[in-house]
Structures are given as C-alpha cells and as structure tokens.
Design a protein around this ligand. Structure first.
Ligand code: SAM
Length: 272
C-alpha cells in the first residue's frame, strides 16, 4: 500500500488551491489522506506525478470525482423524511405560503428528488422553490439528468416504503434503456447550481437548509465556518437538517439554534 506524509498532503492542497481555487486544507485529514492514497493506487503513480498531473484541468475533474464522496440514496434515513413531512414542513407552512429550500452538497440529486416527491404528495410542490448545489459539476450534470441505475432503485424503493409515501416510487419514473428516468415535472422549480461551501458566499434566504453527510468530511474549523453560512442563509425560525452522524452541539453558533429533533438532527434558528 502506498503511503503519504503531511508535507505531501500540503503540497497537493496548496497546488489545487493556487492553481484551481479549491481549498481542501480544512477537510478532515484522515479521510482526505485515505482518498489521496486511493488515487495514487488507482493510477499507480507517485505523489510527484500526481502533482504534475493535477495541473491539467481534465485530470482535476477526475481527481475531484475521487476526492469527494458522492454516495447517496433516495429517502436516505426514511424516518428523517417522515419527520420533515409530518412536523417540519407543516410548521414552516403555518407562517409562509412559499417554502424555500436549499440542498447543500446534493450529489447526484437523489435527495432533491426525494424532496420533490414528498412535496408533491403533500400537494405543495408548486409552492416550493428548491436550490440544489454541489462542488462537483459532473455530479450536478447527473442530478439534472435524473436518470438513475435500476440496480439502485431497489434500495430507493425500500426507503420510500419505510418513509410511508402515499403511492409507489414507480409512479415517479419510467424505465428507459436500463435506467430509471425521473419525471421531469418534479424539477419545475428546482435549480441545480455549482457552489463551493468553502469559498462560496451567501446567495439567498431559506426556510429549510439540508446539508446531510457533507460536513462529516470537514474538520471542526471548516464546520464552524460553513455552519455560520447556513445560519446567515436561514430566515429566523428556519430549519437546518444535517446527517445522522453529524452534530451541531459543539459548534461556535450552537446557542443560535435549538434542537427540534435530536434523532434526525434537525435544528431551528432562534437568534440572528
Ligand atoms: C456523501 S454526499 C451527500 C449527498 C446527500 N446530501 C446525502 O446525504 O445523501 C457529499 C456531497 O458533498 C459534496 N461536497 C464536498 N465538498 C463540498 C464543498 N466544499 N462544497 C459543496 N459540496 C461539497 C460532494 O461533492 C458530494 O456530492
């Protein structure tokens, strides 16, 4: 197995930062290192060769694909989606006619389609405005296309059943050339955009921000910075949902949120 030391990791992150503008300095060291080692093994190259290759924009795309973990599912953690449908979204609708949602780190879009299906079944999809962002432009293309491998649909269907949707997930897609192609009407008010949580600014205000299974790859410093951006991006009394293995308790702005559902990691902004 190849190994790599901290000085090498620094050389790699410095190069990507100065040459391409992506800053991985504050990604959690152990998983970042593991993925770099994986790239070295996959291409069977040395750190020096990796550094030379990283200057090429085309290779950078491949590199970003390997570095960012894109694993996702529809209705991932079904109980979370039930809480959204039964508690959180009805709460938002008490005060707002339109619901504005940001999926930060949306990967290939399964989370966004889950939201659209949920809203459609609540008959409020037409009242929702959804912005879905990710760092990785290739993965955003896949999200826009909304065509998923049929083999992944088994798990998605199982999650949907546990979510207790009102129909069948099959109502929302057609099988075309071995892929599940999602109904495009689900995306009428969805905008997929490239946005880097490390360098990107605040671009709108939302009632609900979902950033699930993304900050787990960041160190504490970066988590604090990103959480400040989410806090600023939320209306007062807006909600923030993070991944089941993540927490807000230790962050600098914890006192500006209350825990709404500890199991499902849903928080509410209570102070500006
Ligand atoms: C594991 S996926 C999570 C997908 C989805 N939220 C879920 O929970 O199933 C993590 C996503 O975060 C994205 N990501 C990583 N760093 C990012 C950054 N700095 N800005 C925006 N997105 C980022 C990755 O490209 C990847 O698509």
């Amino acid at each position: 197995m190849k190994d790599i030391d901290i000085a090498d990791l620094r050389r790699i992150t410095e190069l990507i930062k100065t040459k391409h503008g992506y800053d991985f300095t504050n990604y959690a060291m152990s998983s970042f290192k593991r993925r770099i080692v994986r790239i070295l093994e996959l291409y069977n190259i040395s750190v020096d060769t990796l550094i030379t290759k990283l200057v090429q924009p085309l290779f950078l795309e491949e590199f970003l694909n390997e570095i960012t973990v894109n694993v996702t599912e529809m209705f991932r953690d079904p109980s979370f989606w039930r809480v959204l449908r039964d508690d959180i979204i009805p709460g938002i609708l008490l005060n707002h006619q339109k619901i504005r949602i940001w999926h930060a780190g949306c990967s290939s879009g399964e989370e966004v389609f889950s939201m659209a299906v949920l809203l459609k079944e609540m008959d409020i999809l037409h009242n929702a405005q959804i912005i879905a962002t990710d760092l990785d432009t290739n993965i955003l293309e896949r999200a826009r296309a909304g065509a998923f491998h049929l083999k992944n649909m088994d798990l998605n269907e199982k999650n949907y059943i546990r979510f207790q949707g009102t129909g069948s997930l099959r109502d929302y897609y057609k099988e075309v050339n071995g892929k599940a192609v999602m109904d495009k009407s689900l995306l009428l008010d969805v905008s997929f955009r490239k946005h880097d949580l490390v360098k990107g600014g605040i671009f709108n205000k939302f009632d609900l921000v979902l950033c699930r299974n993304v900050m787990i790859y960041f160190n504490q410093t970066l988590q604090n910075e990103v959480l400040k951006k989410f806090h600023e991006s939320l209306f007062k009394y807006g909600y923030l949902a993070i991944g089941s293995k993540e927490s807000l308790i230790w962050c600098d702005i914890a006192n500006k949120f209350i825990v709404v559902n500890n199991e499902e990691k849903v928080y509410k902004k209570i102070k500006d």
